[in-house]
Design a protein around this ligand. Sequence first.
Ligand code: SF4
Length: 257
Amino acid sequence: MQQNRIKGKIFDIQHFCYQDGPGIRTTIFLHGCPLRCPWCHNPECQADDFNNTGLKEKTGRNAIREIHVDEALKAVLEDKDFYRESGGGVTISGGEPMLQTDFVCSLLDRCSELQIHTAIETTGFCDWKHLDLLAPHTDLFLFDLKLVSPTMHSKWTGVDNAVILDNLVKLKTAGQEIIVRTPLIAGVNDHEEFAGILTFLRRYELTRMTIIPYHELWVAKFRSIYGKEPQRFRVMKETELNMHRQMVLEYGLQLID
Ligand code: SF4
């Protein structure tokens, strides 16, 4: 198989993203995720029957589809002038990119050849061999860390977090550029749980962190896909968000927007 004919299963490509790494970015969302977070802002990444829901027609959004590396690269190159001006690039997100390492590896290499900055957003829930394989092919990892308490992590995401914490430390030890991203969910990982995350990050000198405030823009999408109400969480006030941002700084960590 020629490398540029490798296919990836995606559910969206978004242009002009500001929150998926430095600068203006094109984010490619890969389908499939081993976690089941009830607050998931991209519920289509888990829905195998997405194409049969009529959501594409209702919303105009893309459906799950397979694309070749060349097609993905073409979409990335549409914005190459913006990358240069803003210090941006391409981010492979999901879902979980580690489920499709051949596609990710090939696309990242093509981007690197063209001097485009590359980032991978990962749940970290995978065999170390996948991260180890992709590490030389990317400039930055956006590593999601939701909870450090094993019990709470299993309760809220459906999987144990031992491998996630282990992989995060291994990536750090390997000298990779990492920004830890934490979705801040009221009643799940705020206050003491959040302090636990910060303690873990400080212990392993993982100094850069982004907080992703919970919002409800995904709720209508969830209803369209699954035909039922999702579990909802309280949207935090700005004062509460600022209190958590302040905690990050008090732990000596750098807050990345
Ligand atoms: S890890 Fe991310 S993509 Fe996967 S279910 Fe959780 S929020 Fe959604």
